[in-house]
Design a protein around this ligand. Sequence first.
Ligand code: NAD
Length: 436
Amino acid sequence: MKLTVVGAGYVGLTTAVCFAHLGHEVMVVEKLPNKVELLKEGKVPFYEPGLEELLKENLSLGRLSFTTELKQGLNFSEVIFICVGTPQNPDGSADLSQVEEVARETAKIMESYKLFVEKSTVPVNTHKLIKRTVERYLQRRGKQIEFDVVSNPEFLREGSAIKDFLEPDRIVVGVESQRARQIMEELYRDFKCPIIFTDPATSELIKHASNSFLAMKISYINMVADLCEKVGADVRLVAEGMGYDKRIGREFLRAGIGWGGSCFPKDIKAFIKMAKDHGVDFSLLEEVDKINQRRAVQFVEKVKNVLWSLKGKTLAVWGLSFKPNTDDIREAPSLRIIPLLLKEGAFLKLYDPKAMENFKALYPPGKDLTYEKDIYKTVEGASALLILTEWEEFEKADLERVKELMELPIIVDGRNMYDPKRVRELGFEYYGVGVP
Ligand code: NAD
């Protein structure tokens, strides 16, 4: 099939590259010219494992092309994947201006049938707004052109985007017309997972309901972790004991310093706002969000309790991205924790395998903060090592060497990455989250 993808971010680029990999011809419309130039050269402007290789391969096979011109994209195919950003408005709602722009600009120039596919995460009934906008402009132009709007939310995770896209747990398609349904059935014909067809509103809701539920699971286990710390129980075993129950499931029960990223924080707020706008009190989710906000403060309190005072102390920080295998720092716990540590007067040595450049843009190196070239340089002379992201590189670290390099062998592990027994046997003082 011929497909057009609008927006070359994590979702748009993954969608385009993966569909090309499956044999489709894909044209990507991205409004940032420098991004398009990079992509044409086979370079991915962010870090996502395997994406650059697959991009290069499909560019050379001639299945992928990039443009800044929407018109070119519209002439290319009848299926338009909307993969633009839906960031947060100050009141918590989703800012849909990028989605509106794609609908409006398309309606101004389209000359034949188009299928708008919402891949971006949008509030329930956004399909109706897209429809209204397109109808208005077509009417204004005196054109009678058929079109459909389909909701097809994306569930991929950064760090494992390609696998998640190609082998999803399920595909959700919210569709109204038979014509649109047939196109979507053809597109996903070779996928092995369940494909759930619903009406568009239900499909839109599935995405927000899923993300909020996952955020709730993490906040829940984090509260259990707090209780574990008080009573001397081990949250990792509590989670294991709970997780084998099929009704609960094992995923997303890892206690730590909280969730972040470009999705959960904004999606949960959008869901709360959506419910409120429709007169539904979803204060359960407000609490989930508050619990998460508190994690950073609690973590810094823990570090303070361990070291007594942070003033003038050198602290090593491993991990800045919101999770491993990505350079994305949007809403990362590190962004909440680092300023608190600096406020306490600590001197910070930071290291992350991929996210340092993004972090530097917000926190340039200075007299109270440096960026180090590797994990060992980072811990030299440090009074404690703080772990904020569970990168595999940290798991494999030579802890004997780390111990030798530190001023004091203390680890405060915000991700429960290490086995407390093992690191204590190596001679570290170790503090995890909800572990004795
Ligand atoms: P992003 O901000 O990384 O990328 C969006 C891209 O769209 C940018 O490159 C931007 O320049 C481009 N763009 C904006 N308006 C445009 C226009 N009119 N024409 C052409 N290009 C335009 O966003 P993302 O992380 O890829 O997320 C996109 C959507 O998918 C969001 O709604 C998000 O909530 C959702 N989502 C994200 C993830 C994730 O892990 N990042 C997972 C699932 C769903």
